[in-house]
Design a protein around this ligand. Sequence first.
Ligand SMILES: [Mg+2]
Length: 238
Amino acid sequence: MPRAKAILFDLDETLIDAQAGLKATHHAVARRLCQYLARSGAKVSEESIRAKLRALDDRMNVTTKYNRDAWWPVLLGEIDAEPKISRSLVKELTRLYWATYAGASEPYPDAEPTLVYLKGKGYKLGLVTDTDGSKGWKKRRIKRFRFTGFFDTIVIGGEDTPHTKPDQESFLLAASNLGLRASECVFVGDKPFTDIKGAKAAGMRTILLKRRDWGIGERADLTISSLAELPRVLGDTE
Ligand SMILES: [Mg+2]
């Protein structure tokens, strides 16, 4: 791979451990919904709500429907409960979802050392992530990570641009913020159907960080299974 000038990253499940965060989040939301349903006499186990929420989370991610407020009536419909819930409970569940996720999703151990290494090698660094569905949530989530300071540009698709990935505009905005052409950037992300598809369409070289098999989506130029492999595949380990 010829030397790139910038390495751009996705956030969730690329730099931070989304699976640990989601596990805690699904527990918290299922517990709250179980309490809510018990009050109206419904007999649904917390475990079955959690299983349905896990499946819903995957489905909504694949179809890039990130607005959690819209998830809860769908989830209730799937657990055979009345899908009409109050506005205040919708808001409470969304708040609970993001607060739990933010508190439980830590960076992967190799995230910061990799960014430090790349910065030291003279690469510009960027973060191209998507909105959490409610404006401002993502920015607050990003701020708490120490590695945020390493990025020369941060673009939140769906907030800084009209659309989320895989639309190419957030990738192009990040390149333009760095004063580079897309072809001078390498994009590293975990989702073939958003990260790789969008970055490729924008004209970037792509590296899929394969945390799990999604079974769908674009092929990247390279595939790695951990961030620690990046220096080697970028050809900089002399
Ligand atoms: Mg991701």
